[in-house]
Design a protein around this ligand. Sequence first.
Ligand code: UT7
Length: 316
Amino acid sequence: MLLGTGGYLPETILTNAQLTETIDTTDEWIVERTGIRERRIAAPHETASSMAEIAAREALEAAGLAPNAVDLIIVGTATPDRIFPSTACLLQQRLDIRHCAAFDVQAACSGFIFALSIADQYIRSGNAKHVLVVGSELNSRLVDWSDRSTCILFGDGAGAAVLGAAREPGIFSTHINSDGQYKDLLYVSNPTNSRGEINESPYIKMQGNEVFKIAVNTLEHIVDETLDANGFVQSDIDWLVPHQANIRIIAATARKLKMPMEQVVVTLERQGNTSAASIPLALNEAIRDGRIRRGQILLMEAFGAGFAWGSALIRY
Ligand code: UT7
């Protein structure tokens, strides 16, 4: 079950109005096409592991657990501090946790759902008792700030959840999937090639419109698949906690579920798209402000580069 959550957002706010000073865009266009009004930008000294540490400590405190009670750490990130070791290992060192496995999951915006799915398997099989699952992203360093079609979308932040074994499972099911044939619609090149030379532009490249259409279709399918797998109907869901890429994608999924937007946790207006961090950040916010209550049923879903997508149905 989900024992506790935490989140961290960097202090600096970058508004749409500020973006209009450097690129050819308007606040109206960004709000209408994406729903985003502002995003957070990490300070130069911050990294995926430093943000993850703050979110993780908050989640552990909420769970009432000392760091050393954790026996598995999984971090979803596409913006690791180092290529290796994993950000999860750096987080383990920051938390001074000894003797547990720690590794990253690279599933872009779906990283948290993929990590949650792995955590669930470990807990179900009895191989882990307490798993720390984190999404942490420094998207501002992957964005080409002169590309108006992508730089308006992304933000930085970290979210964390602590899962624990329980008699009644909190996670009913997780569903993850990938299709590498779409590798060129949304990607970031490795900044160096195998000989250490600098590669082509190491920034996010996206054919937004294509990604948008496939995201809407795919998410509609996975929502059905998740409900069917558990014998649930749409009205059983109390909250939709979606990946925060675009308000129009979120609204399409809510429509499919016949859910009013009041039952959807939306954070992208103030945070933009924080990739793997967006679901745990949204979850944490709605739990802490009292919207999500114990016993309620939550549906989480994400879609991102790969393409890689997934969902989780849980009882909080
Ligand atoms: O999280 C991982 C998954 N990512 C996503 O799910 C993102 C999915 N895609 C999207 O959210 C949307 O496609 C975008 C928000 C990226 C773009 O919205 P769109 O409605 O698909 O716009 P578009 O790319 O079709 O562009 C429409 C027009 C173009 O002008 P022309 O060619 O029609 O003259 C763009 O040049 O809007 C223009 N445009 C902009 N105009 C003002 C693109 N970016 C901007 C901008 N400001 N920032």
